[in-house]
Design a protein around this ligand. Structure first.
Ligand code: GLN
Ligand code: ZN
Length: 761
């Protein structure tokens, strides 16, 4: 029996790559130094995988920003606007990732999208009509040889041509079919170049296969791989899927000349039944994705070994694998010094998952594993009741929820009238999404408090001072609806988790979200309820400083859940309703304290939407939308409820977003070309909207004219009295100078257009 993994996290055990890259961005270190840091990280990780007995060790899963972008860049898929900057290769790559503003020009970044149903984001490569797809890069080979020099034979990993073609954006006249031939040729080149090296296995990641596929998709996949595999010679090709099952293409997939096929046994609901029904070819290796790459709970050996034994008995040759790349879990439990062993014994992060793979390998090679200590230990873990996990009061409250708890009265139009009357806001009201730059002083204050270096009152005083400055700044800039700045929050989910019962926190369990940005998802350990007020004091204080409306700022239940590591012992619906009830208490308390606008962020609502349409309602939307409504259904008509979603990729669930029954929704739009607006119109979207007018993921400052142009486009589709003006998302990752300049331009643009609108009337 062999073991393999699909990919490993790459920001470094202690986020070394993140820090080095950010220093490089600030011109504090050289490109050479950055490359050295990257190389050290790779070496350390390969050695770790080797020590842990992994047989098929991946390479080229390292990335300075995103592996899909790496794959595109390898094949010269680089829009001309970036090439024309005439920067070094790495800087061109970073310009695509985060935009560029400097001596060489001024260009925006590529769009960024959620990677399937995860909280990782990939860069959307663009193909122009004259893009010449060809193998120009060497990264895959460089990293393979780098590992080989260390005496480690690796399995290079790359996005497969099908998934790449499907995820790319075609910006000219030519579309996907026009690029199939050149794409195949480029991959043929890759294969033939690989044949000249020591590469034995190569892994093509084809996660797109877990979507609903059309007959065209299936034909395309067959065509590509029939041609490619004819060229493979001695090279062994593994096609790797993850995040679901391949029910639409199982037959074709297993008929093609692959040497290995990777299937997901965790999220792939039908994986087993497909194998049972259709069988699996004897001459191929099945890479059994049985160690969960997305969650942090220990593997249940009894279940895994039952599956492996069944496959063995069916005479299928297997390799024990993870269900997806370990990119989506933190590095190691070894970094967690504060969590009691009663808790940690239930967890496995990336490094511990390597140990699990190894143990599963050892156990599955035994004639009878039942008496092996590793097996017995694992069995005991799952048969004992976890401490502090279950609270009968909480389950009772959830069971008592009725339809009324989801229904806000009066209806939207009635409320809108009342609210226009109460708030008397100008047309095209300006606001922000919540957070202001988390400058060094803010972070230092928080960490000093956490470490006990300053008292609570010192901590609070500092934040109050920041809030006061922030309110003053927003008034000077001329924004209409203000925020307190979220200085007390490290992260929009962790912050709430910390004040709710049922959560556990880690010290260093970072997971990459995009580029150099990492998040530290909390762990839902037990039943969730609100212990005491969370945000009320900050919001009330902020409101006391201004006559303008101050938004109360909360994170919604769907996002809190989606950005946490969830339990595996109760349902998603149950967890969402538990959190919904807790947030409802906070909403009502804010309202009672005089906060008249409350924003409940559902940044991550779209992200856990099942990848297959058939599962949307049954598995998710029904209770996700209800969980949100649960939070605000009981507020007064004149209290305005805002929500915010990152990424406007919700064209296909617009009626559901409307059914969240918020009064205003703001969302990311500037990177996605505003196509969402047509869909909003087509569906007669009722909720007022604030499509982001500029991109906050990049440091560049949008000009007044640029924002005016965006607003004009928006006004073609959305009535002026339904349109809000705001950035894409929170400003916490931005610097102060660029933030102030950008917001000033935004307010100026709104004023200019407002005057034009008035002229029209
Ligand atoms: N209110 C949050 C903020 O501004 C929203 C962040 C998000 O959508 N990711 O930081
Ligand atoms: Zn956002």
């Amino acid at each position: 029996m062999l073991t393999s993994i699909i990919g490993f996290p790459r920001v470094g055990n202690l986020r070394e790559l993140k820090f080095a890259t950010e220093k490089y961005f600030k011109h504090q270190i050289s490109q050479e130094r950055l490359q050295t840091v990257a190389k050290e990280i790779r070496e350390k990780q390969w050695r770790l995988l080797k020590e842990n007995g992994i047989d098929l060790i991946p390479s080229n899963d390292f990335s300075f920003y995103d592996t899909l972008l790496d794959s595109a860049a390898l094949f010269n898929i680089i829009p001309s606007r970036y090439k024309e900057l005439n920067l070094s290769d790495l800087d061109t790559y970073f310009a695509m990732s985060r935009g560029y503003q400097g001596d060489h020009g001024d260009v925006r970044a590529l769009a960024m999208k959620k990677w399937f149903n995860t909280n990782y984001h990939y860069m959307v490569p663009e193909i122009e009509d004259d893009t010449e797809i060809k193998l120009t890069g060497t990264k895959l080979f460089d990293e393979f040889h780098e590992a080989l020099h260390l005496g480690i034979l690796t399995k290079p990993v790359i996005t497969g041509p099908f998934t790449l073609l499907k995820l790319i954006r075609y910006t000219g006249e030519k579309q996907l079919p026009d690029f199939v031939e050149p794409m195949i040729h480029a991959y043929e080149d890759l294969i033939s170049k690989a044949q000249g090296t020591e590469i034995s296995w190569i892994q093509f990641d084809e996660p797109y296969l877990v979507h609903d596929l059309s007959s065209d998709d299936i034909a395309l996949f067959k065509k590509i791989y029939t041609l490619l595999l004819a060229k493979k010679g001695n090279l062994k090709v593994l096609v790797q899927t993850y995040f679901g099952d391949v029910r639409d293409i199982y037959h074709e997939l297993t008929s093609l000349d692959f040497d290995g096929i990777g299937l997901d046994f965790i999220e792939g609901k039908e994986t087993k039944s497909l194998i049972k029904k259709e069988g699996f070819p004897k001459n191929k290796l099945l890479f059994v994705g049985i160690v969960n790459g997305k969650n942090i709970w220990k593997n249940h050996y009894g279940d895994s070994l039952a599956t492996i034994t069944w496959l063995k008995n069916s005479e299928i040759s297997t390799v024990i694998n993870t269900s997806c790349s370990l990119l989506h879990v933190p590095y190691t439990l070894k970094n967690e010094t504060k969590l009691d062993a009663d808790y940690t014994k239930h967890f496995a992060f990336a490094e511990e998952k390597l140990e699990e793979l190894n143990e599963l390998k050892i156990l599955s090679d035994l004639d009878s594993y039942e008496t092996h200590p590793a097996f017995i230990k694992n069995l005991e873990l799952f048969s004992s009741k976890r401490k502090n996990s279950y609270d009968p009061e909480v389950s009772k409250r959830v069971s008592e929820i009725t339809d009324q708890d989801f229904t806000r009265l009066p209806d939207f139009f009635e409320r809108e009238k009342i609210q226009k009357d109460v708030f008397k806001l100008p047309l095209l009201s300006t606001t922000t999404i919540g957070s202001f730059p988390q400058t060094l002083d803010v972070k230092t204050n928080r960490s000093a408090f956490r470490k006990g270096e300053i008292s609570e009152s010192e901590y609070v005083d500092f934040n109050r001072k920041k809030i006061a400055e922030c309110v003053k700044l927003q008034e000077e800039i001329g924004l209409d609806v203000l925020v307190h700045g979220e200085y007390e929050r490290n992260d929009m989910v962790e912050y709430f988790g910390q004040q709710l019962n049922g959560y556990l926190f880690t010290e260093k369990a970072w997971v990459q979200s995009y580029g150099t940005r990492c998040v530290k998802p909390p762990i839902i350990w037990g039943d969730v309820y609100r212990k005491s007020p969370i945000t009320v004091e900050w919001s009330v204080y902020a409101q006391s400083l201004t006559k303008k409306p101050m938004k109360g700022m909360l994170t919604g239940p769907v996002t809190i859940l989606n950005w946490s590591f969830p339990r595996e012992d109760i349902s998603t619906q149950e967890m969402m309703y538990q959190i919904g009830l807790a947030i409802r208490e906070e909403v009502l308390e804010l309202e009672a304290a005089g906060v008249r606008i409350i924003q409940i962020d559902e940044a991550a609502l779209r992200e856990k939407l099942p990848l297959r349409r058939a599962d949307w309602h049954s598995d998710y939307l029904n209770f996700a939308i209800k969980a949100f409504r649960l939070c605000h259904a009981k507020v007064k008509p004149e209290t305005q409820i805002h929500t915010h979603m990152c990424y406007s990729e919700f064209e296909d669930i617009i009626p559901e977003i409307d059914a969240m029954d918020a009064d205003v929704i703001t969302f990311e739009a500037s990177r996605s070309k505003l196509t969402i607006l047509d869909s909003l119109m087509a569906h007669h979207f009722e909720t007022e909207v604030g499509p982001g007018v500029y991109d906050i993921h990049s440091p560049r400052i949008p000009s007044v004219e640029e924002i005016e142009a965006a607003l004009r486009l928006m006004l073609d589709k959305i009535p002026a009295d339904h349109l809000w003006v705001n950035p894409d998302c929170g400003l916490k990752t931005r610097g102060e100078t660029e933030t102030v300049a950008s917001l000033k331009n935004m307010v100026q643009a709104a004023k200019n257009i407002r005057n034009e609108c008035k002229g029209d009337i």
